[in-house]
Design a protein around this ligand. Structure first.
Ligand SMILES: [Zn+2]
Length: 184
C-alpha cells in the first residue's frame, strides 16, 4: 500500500527554506501513504528532524481517526451481536421452562429477560449442579420465579449470587408479583 516516496532514505523531507535556520515546515509521508505538511516550529530546532521521522512512522491524522472509529464500530457490532445471542438464549429458555413474559417499560423487557435467564442459570449451577439441591427443590424455586413477572425486579437482582436467589424470591413483594398471578 505504501507508495514510492521521493526520498529513498527518509519519509520526512523539509519543504521550505524561506527563512534562515532549521526549517519549520516538513512534508511527511505517513505510513498510510498520505503526505501531510507539519509545522514543527513549536519543537526545538534540533528535535524537528527526529520528530518528522517519527511522524512518518505513523498513519496521518485522518487515517488514524478513521481506524479508531472503525475499531469503535466493530466493538459495538460485537457487543450487539453478543447481546442478541444472549437474548435468543433467554427467550428459548423462557419458552422451554414456561417462564411468563415479563412486564414493565418496553426498554426493560429484554434486559429483564436476559437478567432472569442469567440469574436462574447461575443459581441452578450453584444450588443443583454444584450444590446439594435435588430437582424437586429446584422445581419449587422455579415456581416462585414464575410468580415474578416484573422486569425491573430481575434487573435489580442481576448481580446477585445464585445461592441468594431463593431468599430474594421470598423477599419479593406483591408489587413485584404483578396483577396476573394465578397463585394468589
Ligand atoms: Zn492517511
Amino acid at each position: 500500500m505504501k507508495p514510492q516516496t521521493s526520498s529513498p532514505t527518509s519519509n520526512a523531507t523539509l519543504i521550505k527554506r524561506n527563512s534562515p535556520g532549521v526549517p519549520r515546515q516538513w512534508n511527511v509521508t505517513h505510513s498510510c501513504g498520505h503526505d501531510a505538511v507539519h509545522d514543527l516550529s513549536d519543537r526545538p530546532a534540533d528535535k524537528r528532524a527526529g520528530f518528522a521521522r517519527w511522524l512518518g512512522s505513523r498513519d496521518c491524522t485522518d487515517c488514524w481517526k478513521a481506524n479508531r472509529d472503525a475499531d469503535t464500530e466493530s466493538k459495538q457490532q460485537w457487543l450487539a451481536a453478543r447481546r442478541a445471542e444472549e437474548q435468543q438464549a433467554a427467550d428459548d429458555w423462557a419458552e422451554k421452562f414456561d417462564m411468563p413474559p415479563l412486564e414493565g417499560p418496553e426498554k426493560a423487557l429484554q434486559w429483564g429477560a436476559r437478567s432472569r435467564h442469567q440469574l436462574m442459570t447461575t443459581a441452578h449451577t450453584a444450588l443443583v449442579i454444584e450444590g446439594t439441591w435435588d430437582e424437586a427443590d429446584w422445581a419449587k424455586l422455579e415456581e416462585k420465579a414464575r410468580t415474578i413477572p416484573r422486569a425491573g425486579w430481575w434487573i435489580d437482582q442481576r448481580d446477585a449470587a445464585g445461592t441468594d436467589l431463593l431468599e430474594l424470591l421470598d423477599a419479593a413483594t406483591e408489587a413485584d408479583r404483578g396483577t396476573e398471578n394465578p397463585f394468589r
